[in-house]
Design a binder for this molecule. Structure first.
Ligand SMILES: [Zn+2]
Length: 131
């Protein structure tokens, strides 16, 4: 995987987990401390930044927080399986987004998603936005 692709994924994950307070947005389970540190330990990572609408269906892969939600591994499995209560509409409602908002943000932010490149600082993660 290219450095840029990694940076885009990492920025997406960071923006989503930060917005959701490092807790599963469905059941409220908290991330382990190791989840907040660089991934150096072998502990399992509890929280995933789940793509609510499948990557292939959102412009530029949908690496924007409006298409992401923090889920623990159990809730993530249920979301991936499309179980009741974990449908995209239900998950979007939890974060105050929608498929339309996610697509519009993905289009506006472009291929870098939440990653913003700075010539002097390198990659800057999840710049704050107040819209
Ligand atoms: Zn959960």
């Amino acid at each position: 995987m290219s450095r840029e692709k990694k940076a885009v994924r990492s920025a997406f994950r960071d923006a989503v987990l930060r917005r959701d307070g490092h807790r599963c947005r469905v059941c409220g389970r908290e991330a382990r401390t190791s989840n907040l540190e660089p991934r150096t330990s072998n502990e399992s990572i509890d929280l995933a930044a789940h793509h609510i609408t499948n990557r292939e269906l959102v412009p530029h892969g949908g690496y924007v927080r409006e298409n992401g939600i923090a889920l623990c591994s159990q809730c993530h499995e249920q979301a991936e399986a499309g179980e009741a209560g974990f449908e995209p509409a239900a998950l979007y409602a939890l974060i105050g987004s929608s498929a339309e908002i996610a697509a519009a943000e993905a289009r506006a932010k472009g291929p870098r998603g939440e990653a913003i490149e700075s010539a002097t600082l390198g990659w800057v993660w999840g710049a704050e936005k107040t819209s």
